[in-house]
Design a protein around this ligand. Structure first.
Ligand code: BES
Ligand code: ZN
Length: 592
């Protein structure tokens, strides 16, 4: 017996699920889903089958046509949840499990109407990555197993369901309800199962792309993401034909804990991207790129997460270069450098979490999450590209996609393939240091541009009293302003903050990257005029990328610590479970 994924009860000697048929009844009153999951094996199988579950109440397990079969739930384990062991009789083709989800299911956030834009109807969304699919469906919750699926989702009349799948019709259902059907013919890992239910409207952006959002935001979403077809075309230039038919997007309510999630055929996005000037669409480029790097070629487990994210950041920045030029790309790398340095600092006492090839036995993947697989990973990919040249690397990427499409691979498989295709390249870039050693290698590629150097020099001279001129400020694009703010000293005075806000009009920014960078500086400076805006942002937005630094920066002064605790007490019931946990960790790290 062998359990190859430390985050799953999956046994590699057992049959793999090939297809999943789901019936989901969404009950907003009881905050639970009544589910029936039928696992198909595509073959006759028998014997033990171990599935992952967490917080699920199992009602019955049967082989259709043959009746109930024996099953048992193991003890609750802190990270993994409970193993559901089924004993399949001879000649089993499929098995049907009836179950209920728990109101605390980590994959699901149930929103009250007041937490939505329209304030009229409740909202439900899922977030299965990393290992939360098991709180939604009993399954082999490891990317080593890929399943196609079909689903029937019953929701209250007036609400719309969307999934990481193609729509396959909808119809009224008994009891004032409505049923939506879906089909995902391509095999996907369980972490890409996704569902959202709410008051939704959509706008077509191109023949193969539309955006969904609450009716109140759908017009601004359509404007913000109008360039998506252009991005798909550029991504196809890098990777080959788009493999998932449609590319639709869903803009969620603000408690969504991530910037974006690459659910196939239906990217989930935070509404904080709606800056009104298309300045944050690099997140769409990123999620779109995952259609290849992640969804088509998938990490075999969270120990190889960098294969998903490092490649995707690299691709995101290549798309940025093609669309907006290499100056913009250099700014992207500079922002990434800041995120990388912050993460290396956060994990300075846990160097084993700063290698790319992780060892996560006994470690919750959500606790290991950081910018390191993203930015260190992207730098390894960029180093390989520089080593062999763009043209050869381009061919390599195509071959990589062809060789591993619809499979899930390890770092070791990746390295073997690189060695075959680009002999000597791994050694030449010192890949071993990226993969197996902490920190960032000295030799990592650096991305520079004249403008980036100017911004850096200007910010570094802040302590000497050097300030940007009104002319300079007026000419800055959002990305330039952001990089400037990121390069400023972390500890400013209230007078510094007053200058910044007065000259850069920071308090009213619609670009959340800029707004949060500013509020983080203001919080660290104990700058009182920013407190109401800090409270507003922390009460509304659940994106962890913003909560972590902002709550972190509030830790520096007694007054700001009190503010943070007070805001958290009021806001945390509205946070996603993942966000709540992250903030709790930050608050616990405050000096007593
Ligand atoms: N797949 C990730 C989001 C994720 C990671 C969810 C780990 C759960 C566990 C997604 O593609 C992502 O990286 N989002 C970033 C976007 C950014 C890097 C452009 C985010 O949410 O900020
Ligand atoms: Zn990503």
């Amino acid at each position: 017996m062998h359990r190859p994924d430390p985050h799953s009860f999956y046994e590699s000697s057992q049959p793999k699920t090939r297809r999943l048929r789901l019936k989901l009844g969404v009950d907003f009153d009881r905050k639970r889903i009544e589910g029936e999951a039928t696992l198909e094996f595509g073959d006759s199988v028998q014997g033990d089958l171990d599935l992952d579950t967490k917080g699920l109440e199992i009602l019955s397990v049967k082989v259709p046509g043959a009746g109930p079969i024996p099953w048992s739930l193991g003890e609750e384990q802190p990270i993994l949840g409970r193993r559901l062991r089924l004993t399949l009789p001879a000649d089993t083709q499929e098995v049907a499990i009836s179950y209920l989800t728990s109101p605390e299911a980590m994959a699901l956030q149930w929103l009250e109407p007041a937490q939505t834009e329209g304030r009229q109807a409740p909202f439900l969304f899922s977030q299965c990555q990393q290992i939360h699919a098991r709180t939604l469906v009993p399954c082999q919750d490891t990317p080593m197993v890929r399943i196609s699926y079909q689903a029937e989702v019953t929701v209250p009349e007036g609400l719309t369901a969307v999934m990481s799948a193609g729509p396959a019709g909808d119809a009224p259902a008994p009891g004032g309800r409505h049923v939506f059907r879906f089909a995902m013919p391509q095999p996907i890992p369980s972490y890409l199962l996704a569902l959202a239910v709410g008051r939704l409207a959509s706008r077509d952006l191109s023949p193969r792309s539309r955006v969904w959002a609450e009716p109140e935001t759908v017009a601004s979403a359509a404007w913000e993401f109008a360039g998506v077809e252009d991005m798909i075309a550029k991504a196809e230039g890098l990777f080959g034909a788009y493999p998932w038919d449609r590319y639709d997007m869903l803009v969620l309510p603000p408690s969504f804990p991530y910037g974006g999630m690459e659910n196939p055929r239906m990217t989930f996005l935070t509404p904080t991207l709606l800056a009104g000037d298309r300045s944050l669409v690099d997140v769409v480029a990123h999620e779109l790129a995952h259609s290849w790097t992640g969804n088509l070629v998938t990490n075999a487990s969270m120990e190889h997460f960098w294969l998903n994210e490092g490649f995707t950041v690299w691709a995101e920045r290549r798309i940025l270069r093609i669309l907006h030029g290499s100056d913009e790309e250099a700014l992207g790398w500079a922002m990434g450098q800041k995120a990388l340095e912050d993460s290396l600092e956060r994990f300075k006492d846990e160097p084993h979490l700063t290698v790319l090839r992780l060892h996560l036995e006994g470690i919750d993947p959500d606790d290991a999450f950081s910018s390191i697989p993203y930015e260190k990973g992207a730098r390894l990919v960029a180093a390989l590209e520089r080593e062999v040249g763009e043209e050869r690397f381009h061919r390599f990427i195509r071959d990589y996609m062809d060789a591993f499409r619809f499979t899930s691979i390890t770092t070791e498989q990746f390295c073997t393939f690189v060695e075959e295709q680009l002999p000597g390249a791994l050694k030449a870039v010192g890949a071993d240091a990226y993969l197996h050693h902490p920190g960032l290698p000295e030799t990592a590629p650096v991305f520079r541009s004249a403008q980036l150097d100017r911004l850096t020099a200007l910010a570094e001279r802040w302590p000497e009293g050097v300030r940007p001129t009104g002319e300079q400020i007026a000419a800055w694009k959002p990305a330039e302003l952001l990089v400037y703010l990121q390069k400023l000293p972390r500890q400013l005075t209230p007078a510094d903050c007053a200058w910044l806000d007065g000259n850069l009009a920071l308090m009213g920014r619609g670009n959340y990257e800029i707004l949060v960078e500013w509020l983080t500086l203001a919080a660290a400076a104990d700058y009182e005029p920013a407190f109401p805006r800090i409270r507003e942002v922390l009460s509304k937005v659940g994106r962890m990328k913003y909560l972590r630094p902002l709550y972190g920066a509030l830790g520096g002064h007694a007054r700001t610590r009190a503010l943070a605790r007070e805001i958290f007490a009021a806001a945390s019931p509205g946070y996603h479970g993942l966000s709540r946990r992250v903030v709790q960790g930050v608050l616990e790290s405050y000096p007593a």
